[in-house]
Design a protein around this ligand. Structure first.
Ligand code: ADP
Ligand code: ZN
Ligand code: ZN
Length: 830
């Protein structure tokens, strides 16, 4: 460790630009110590003095100092690792993200987490004088724990059993009673290790002293050591923990090691990745349709950029295609990234990849601990993996030489990060990373997003390929609409399960096949309403109804997690007539149990899959036919492949159509299509029953015939009329805050500014208007939507630069008492 006062020789005429992961758009300048000069290269991770402490950053470039530099630059403290942390390509990618998604470069660099492998810069404290008199009690307390040697703040917190010591430290320092400094961050231990102990059999190599003690004297004074030597005569490489259990403590091990009596080998322990069970299918030969696509892509692997849109119906063998393409990339010595929405990262999917790539495939997902994630990233850097599978953040995997990128279910909204900057879309980042690396990017889906279809079919930006048939000549399931208005008219009731659906379920029980029931609402009832006065229970913090959960009879907000006990009487009129409205998965579960008391049912939603492994357990049970029915939210709509499922029931198909979102129909259609795709994937053919109160909705015409492309064309007309994407590009500006007047006022300001900056540029400004969810987490929300004709300015660059310069980086606006979020190509607009 360098100490503070050491003089460092600084390289002349060289400075480094270092980017820090904080919301600042420009790098910071540092001078370079001569002995680090060779190591300071773009992309290298360094620690630098920053304010009073030290931070980690990434070197962006090396240049010459400006002549008129006013103050002396501080020197870089150290290089963490000589290998670049960020490749030149990664830096370009992050620069593009900062530019396109309108955030600072520092925020973009957070995506690769430049301090992930370091501990924090810690404050070190020691006494500066021997005695201190007349201290106040709290300072005295601290003083008593201090020493003449350096202690870290954390150590002191432990000794005093309390936090928040900074104020006292400050006071003692002012009196010159203590010295402090910040210790630079150090590398965390990435790998778990074990020490394995063996006996040095050649006692001539022991120290002289040891030979005397254990061979010549050998008295009972050394009994424990002698016992250990005996113990290890017949054993090799024994784990420290086993020795401890056998009664040999660490002090003894340490002493005998120092005396060269013991040999120690430190071994890396890899945290195992659970890739689930294997379901081996040997010798899969691609169908002609599959092979034709693979042949198109293969020549470009690791060579040439090209976007491919693989539009393949459910069960057409897309995953198998990805595996073949990646196998080719790996055989060329390159690596692959596969993006899969978290919700589909099932043991089943992972097993298919690990069957082919063994332990050369890694999975990144949100349930990895920090240590596990760090280890995976480190092993990617060290070249232990060929393939990484994961949700959106996996696109930043630090591979050195990519050969191909696959984005499965490319239409999925979860690829867009919308809650914090950078608000990037992983599919689009994948395309850009593919372009930088000159490699193909395959976007796959049974229901491609309209933007992608438009890019492929109308703009010819991607090669489009359609897989029209299911593998093994399996047919797509038959889709039947159940008009629930009829039953309603007849009986005046709105049953959860229609007569038709019940009949089909019963039939499945008889012939011992399985059924899945989809309802994309968890909990029991989405809202409670008073039958007397109509009062609806709403969240205290959000403009949203509270969902009733049977477990603990709780009301729960699905946005902010506010919970309350369900009331027995109406809070407004004290009536006892409280009605459970809407349908949640728990309600369906209860209904099915009431109706089929001898059946077995599993429920899969966020509430039943809270712990690691829950998800896999439910799926394994269903696969083993331990249940007849699987009820769930859209979690069950995707990616699952069960041969015995011959019935899929959609409980309320209209639910999603009500959202005030121009993509509501597209999203609903996609989900229904995915869900329908779960039926009839084995040798048995399948059937889908869709319950709806709006059977005449045009969407169903296309859904029944599985005709996605015609649905797309129909929807495009509406989009064109209203000039919505894909005909336009959108940028959503969200203004939020605790005071509604402020929010509305400052939203007006921004909107006025955008109008005034318009000149002849062809964009329109919609709003400000209160967001559909006007209040969330206690904050009021207003939206301004900027819409740009794609023909006039395809990447919306005028607006983007205007927003970045004049709004996002504007120091005055930063002082406003509201939060401003800029969301380019928004997916979530409620
Ligand atoms: P998708 O991803 O398009 O829904 P999958 O890749 O999951 O389709 O394929 C559906 C099923 O068909 C899987 O069980 C898969 O193992 C199997 N399969 C895929 N391709 C072939 C093939 N060429 N020969 C035999 N079985 C295949
Ligand atoms: Zn009431
Ligand atoms: Zn809430």
């Amino acid at each position: 460790m360098k100490t503070k006062n050491q003089t460092i020789e600084i390289a002349e005429n060289k400075i480094a630009q270092v980017i820090m992961p904080i919301p600042v758009d420009t790098p910071f300048s540092y001078s370079i110590p001569v002995d680090l000069l060779d190591l300071i290269l773009p992309g290298v991770q360094v620690t630098v003095p920053f304010g009073e402490r030290y931070s980690a950053g990434i070197v962006l470039s090396i240049g010459e100092p400006e002549d008129d530099a006013e103050f002396e630059l501080k020197p870089i403290h150290d290089v963490v690792n000589a290998e670049p942390f960020a490749s030149a390509e990664m830096i370009k990618l992050l620069e593009w993200i900062a530019d396109y998604y309108i955030c600072t470069l520092g925020e973009a660099f957070r995506l690769i987490n430049p301090s992930v492998n370091l501990n924090k810069s810690s404050l070190m404290i020691k006494r500066a004088v021997a005695e201190a008199d007349n201290l106040r009690k709290s300072q005295q307390e601290l003083w008593d724990k201090l020493e003449d040697d350096w202690l870290s703040l954390t150590q002191l917190e432990k000794r005093l059993k309390r936090k928040n010591l900074l104020h006292r430290i400050h006071l003692l320092k002012k009196k010159n009673l203590i010295e402090t400094f910040y210790k630079p961050p150090e590398e965390l231990k990435i790998y778990k290790t074990v020490d394995l102990f063996s006996l040095q059999k050649d006692s001539l190599k022991w120290t002289q002293k040891a030979r005397e003690k254990y061979l010549i004297e050998a008295t009972s004074k050394y009994a424990k050591a002698l016992e250990l030597i005996e113990y290890l005569r017949t054993r090799e490489g024994v784990d420290r923990n086993i020795l401890r259990e056998a009664g040999f403590n660490s002090a003894l091990l340490k002493r005998l090691k120092e005396e060269n009596v013991l040999l120690v080998e430190t071994k890396k322990l890899l945290r195992s990745q659970e890739l689930g069970y294997s379901e081996k299918k040997e010798n899969i030969v691609l169908t002609d349709e599959q092979a034709a696509f693979v042949d198109q892509v293969k020549p470009k692997i690791a060579k040439e950029h090209q976007g491919f849109l693989l539009h393949g119906i459910t069960g057409s063998g897309k995953t198998q295609i990805y595996i073949e393409l990646i196998r080719e990339a790996v055989s060329r010595g390159t690596q692959a990234i596969v993006l899969i929405p978290e919700i589909i990262l099932t043991p089943q999917t992972m097993a298919r990849f690990s069957n082919t790539f063994g332990d050369r495939v890694a999975v990144i997902h949100s349930r990895l601990s920090k240590a596990e994630k760090l280890e995976v990233l480190q092993r990617i850097r060290e070249g232990h993996f060929d393939v990484v599978i994961g949700p959106r953040s996996a696109i930043f995997a630090p591979f050195k030489k990519l050969g191909i990128i696959v984005v499965d279910e490319e239409h999925e909204g979860s690829y867009k990060q919308h809650d914090s900057a950078p608000r990037y879309h992983a599919r689009d980042v994948a395309l850009y990373r593919g372009y930088l690396n000159k490699i193909p990017v395959v976007l796959g889906s049974a229901s491609p997003g309209f933007e992608s279809l438009f890019n492929a079919l109308a703009e010819k930006r991607y090669a489009y390929y359609y897989l029209s048939s299911r593998v093994g000549a399996r047919s797509l399931p038959r889709i039947r609409l159940i008009d629930q208005r009829e039953e309603w008219r007849k009986s005046g009731e709105r049953p959860i399960l229609s007569e038709n659906l019940e009949l089909e379920m019963e039939a499945r029980l008889v012939i011992r096949q399985q059924a899945m029931l989809l309802q994309n609402r968890r909990g029991f009832a989405p809202w409670l309403q008073c039958g007397e006065c109509g009062y609806v229970m709403k969240c205290e913090n959000c403009d949203i109804t509270l969902t009733y959960h049977t477990y603990g009879r709780k009301l729960r907000c699905h946005y902010c997690d506010y919970t309350a006990k369900a009331p027995e009487v109406c809070p407004d009129c004290q009536s006892l007539d409280i009605k459970y409205e809407g349908i949640g998965t728990q309600m369906i579960e209860q209904q099915v149990i009431d109706r089929f008391p001898h059946s077995n049912l599993l429920r899969m939603d966020q509430d039943t899959t809270k712990r690691k492994g829950d998800h896999a357990k439910i799926l394994a049970k269903f696969r083993n036919k331990e249940a007849d029915f699987l009820v769930g939210t859209k979690m069950i709509a995707k990616g699952l492949d069960f041969e015995q499922v011959t019935l899929v029931g959609i409980i309320s198909a209209d639910q999603g159509l009500q959202f005030p979102d121009f993509r509501a129909t597209e999203k609903t259609f996609q989900m229904l299509m995915q869900a329908a795709g779960r039926a009839g994937r084995g040798a048995l053919s399948g059937e889908v029953l869709i319950q709806t109160y709006e059977p005449d909705h045009y969407m169903f015409k296309y859904l029944r015939t599985h005709n996605y492309l015609d649905f797309f064309k129909k929807e495009l007309q509406t989009r064109k009329t209203l000039s919505y994407p894909p005909y336009s590009r959108l940028c959503l500006i969200r203004v939020s805050g605790e005071n509604e007047n402020n929010v509305s006022h400052y939203a007006q300001e921004i909107s006025r500014f955008l109008y005034s900056a318009k000149k002849d540029k062809s964009y329109s400004v919609l709003g400000p208007a209160p967001a559909a969810l006007q209040r969330l987490n206690g904050r009021y929300r207003y939206h301004i939507l900027v819409k740009q004709d794609r023909k006039k300015d395809p990447s919306m660059s005028y607006v983007r630069h205007l927003l970045k310069r004049s709004i996002y980086l504007n120091a005055e606006i930063k002082k406003w008492p509201v939060e401003i979020a800029i969301d380019m190509d928004p997916v979530e607009i409620l």
